[in-house]
Design a binder for this molecule. Structure first.
Ligand SMILES: [Fe+2]
Length: 229
């Protein structure tokens, strides 16, 4: 490798030469793990979407929350760990770019009725207050309209974990100003009634960025209402 510096070419040597025999990759640390569940978080695409793989360690079954993007990375990973379904938090472009590739390899894709018209094709409709079984694990669905009409969150039963898509982030609700069908009043009401009733220690895993908790966000809802976003 060479670089040009002050008009002359300078040879660069790699700081750490590659070993002749590559070592096996270190296993990726889990985002959340207990005796019965492992959650992996994969950040994909130009908007840094969070895709989560939730896996029942006892039965080896798994779901993917948001087939968001980078199908060439996500789909082989899903196949390795036994993903059979995709649960879509909402139908926005950046959350569904790997849906077609998932369906092509036989992974069923679900979306709520309210957002279903944002997808070209899907396999099942996700209803409010329904239960998705993943081996011994149970994900309970929570309809959280506001960011989109059909936005869904998914609470992992028996664990302090909820996946909120673009409904709730550290510091406030998801954007309601850029989309025709979005409503600030609706998102605030749905966060207040459906998410802020969860235990304080509940980890909120959003569709972009870092986790937060119900305890961290709940005291600020009036500030969000006052500022209007
Ligand atoms: Fe969105």
């Amino acid at each position: 490798m060479t670089v040009e510096r002050y008009g002359e070419e300078v040879a660069l040597r790699p700081a750490h030469p590659r070993p002749a025999h590559p070592r096996p990759a270190h296993p990726r640390p889990a985002h959340y793990e207990t005796a019965d569940v492992r959650i992996d978080k994969i950040v994909v695409g130009p908007f840094e979407n969070n895709a989560f793989v939730v896996r029942c360690k006892r039965r080896g079954e798994a779901v993917l929350i948001d087939a968001a993007n980078e199908h060439e990375l996500l789909i082989p990973l899903c196949q390795q760990v036994g993903v059979t379904q995709v649960l879509t938090t909402h139908g926005h472009w950046d959350h569904v770019q790997a849906v077609a590739a998932a369906r092509e390899v036989g992974i069923d894709v679900g979306i709520s009725a309210g957002d279903a018209d944002m997808l070209d094709s899907y396999d099942f409709v996700i209803d409010d207050e329904s239960v998705v079984a993943i081996g011994d694990l149970r994900l309970r669905t929570i309809h959280n309209p506001g960011h989109t009409p059909g936005s869904m969150s998914f609470r992992l039963e028996g664990h302090p974990v909820v996946f909120t898509g673009d409904t709730l982030f550290p510091g406030g609700p998801g954007n309601t100003s850029a989309h025709e069908q979005a409503s600030f009043e609706t998102i605030i009401d749905s966060i207040d009634r459906r998410l802020f009733v969860l235990p304080a220690e509940t980890l909120v895993m959003p569709g972009h960025g870092l986790d937060t908790t119900v305890a961290t966000e709940r005291p600020h809802i009036q500030e969000w209402v006052d500022r209007g976003w």
